[in-house]
Design a protein around this ligand. Structure first.
Ligand SMILES: Cc1ncc(COP(=O)(O)O)c(C=O)c1O
Length: 380
């Protein structure tokens, strides 16, 4: 089955036995009757499993060419489950430019529990090997990175992970399975904030993991059930519905993203634009080889690194909404230093390029003329 069919039918082989409804029903229930203790029809309690969530989890597995999907209450809950595979004393090598909430979870929760994180630039994958020792259990990669749009070579990183017998997890939120499939490139775990493009309509907070290997799936399922950060049936339904249009939404996100990246690049008041589709992007060739297209996320800095000008731009925007998050049908603008990445100390943030004048755009699927006109008037 091709991807554009999988978004609609992938993992959805089980027709509703009651009335044949085309969409899986929302099983808004916490529990299930049993004829005798243990005598149930596959579900006993909705933290452990729910038919609507299972339909979504099968869809996720299908989209990523994996075997097992797991849906969580948020992207961070999904990341939390991955790190819970580890024990005190274990070490993780992580991308240094990553979502601020992931950094906060790693440094403020898991470091206190005895797990050590090495945050490094991974644009040259070979560098990762310098940080691997016999305590290393996981490589955590975000690509494209949030918000600097760095690209990490998943295939090369997977080869390093295999050589040292450590797990490779990829936060593929910015790319979605439409653009990149980390499991096909050798990763062990792919993670998504389904809040973003998978849901696609800015109405749900959710996370997802997909794996191929059964033993790893069993461990993650144990954590999902034991820790209990699951998503509800209503939200599962909404993300399943969102996924059905993922391919056409992503097509438009990419088209609009390209037009806006080029518009900003040629604007005299803009200093630098970060977007992996540019030929002069440091890892453009890797992006071309591991992604189908370059997506709708763009970051840029104003000429002279002017903080006041950056704030004026985000305040002046009318079609773009100044808001946290990304990946919905509507265009959003954000100021990472004070919003999504405020939990990273300024010194650390600036090392990766997240300066105070950086603006991040999540380009939506509105008419491109309106989006460019909006940026034009806001930049002035
Ligand atoms: C790349 C990335 N990973 C993870 C997350 C966390 O996801 P959630 O907000 O659904 O917990 C986000 C949220 O912005 C993100 O951008």
């Amino acid at each position: 089955m091709k991807f554009n069919t999988k978004t609609i039918h992938g993992g959805q082989h089980e027709v509703d036995p009651a009335y044949g409804s085309v969409m899986p029903p929302i099983y808004q229930t916490s529990t299930y009757s049993q004829s005798t203790p243990g005598g149930h029809k596959g579900f006993e309690y909705s933290r452990s499993g729910n038919p609507t969530r299972s339909a979504l989890e099968r869809s996720l597995a299908s989209l990523e060419n994996g075997k097992f999907g797991l849906a969580f209450a948020s992207g961070l809950a999904a990341i939390d489950a991955v790190i819970k595979l580890l024990k005190p004393g274990d070490e993780v090598v992580s991308t240094s430019d990553l979502y601020g909430g992931s950094y906060r979870l790693f440094t403020k929760i898991f470091e206190d529990l005895g797990i050590k994180f090495h945050f490094i630039g991974m644009e040259n994958a070979a560098t990762i090997e310098n940080y691997i020792n016999d305590k290393t259990k996981l490589i955590w990669v975000e690509t494209p990175t949030n918000p600097m749009m760095n690209i990490i070579d998943i295939k090369a990183t997977a080869a390093i992970a295999k050589k040292h017998n450590v797990l490779l997890a990829v936060d593929s939120t910015f790319a979605t399975p439409y653009l990149q499939k980390p499991l096909d490139l050798g990763a062990d775990i792919v993670m998504h904030s389904a809040t973003k493009y998978l849901g696609g309509h800015s109405d749900v907070v959710m996370g997802a993991l997909v794996v191929k290997e059964e033993k790893l799936a069993e461990k993650l399922y144990f954590i999902q059930n034991a820790s209990g950060a699951v998503c509800g049936p209503q939200d599962s339904f909404l993300v399943l519905r969102g996924i059905k249009t993922l391919h056409i939404r992503m097509q438009r996100h990419c088209e609009n993203g390209k037009a806006i990246a080029n518009f900003l690049k040629n604007h005299p008041k803009i200093e630098k634009v970060y977007w992996p589709g540019f030929e002069d992007h440091a890892n453009h060739e890797i992006a071309k080889s591991q992604m189908e297209d370059f997506g709708g996320m763009i970051s840029f800095v104003t000429k002279g690194n002017d903080y006041d000008q950056a704030i004026k731009i985000v305040e002046n925007l009318k079609v773009f909404t100044l808001a946290e998050s990304l990946g919905g049908v509507e265009s959003l603008a954000g100021h990472p230093a004070s919003m999504t990445h405020a939990s990273i100390p300024k010194e650390e943030r600036e090392k990766t390029g997240v300066v105070d004048s950086l603006i991040r755009l999540s380009v939506g699927i509105e008419d491109i003329d309106d989006l460019i006109a909006d940026l034009e008037q806001a930049i002035g």
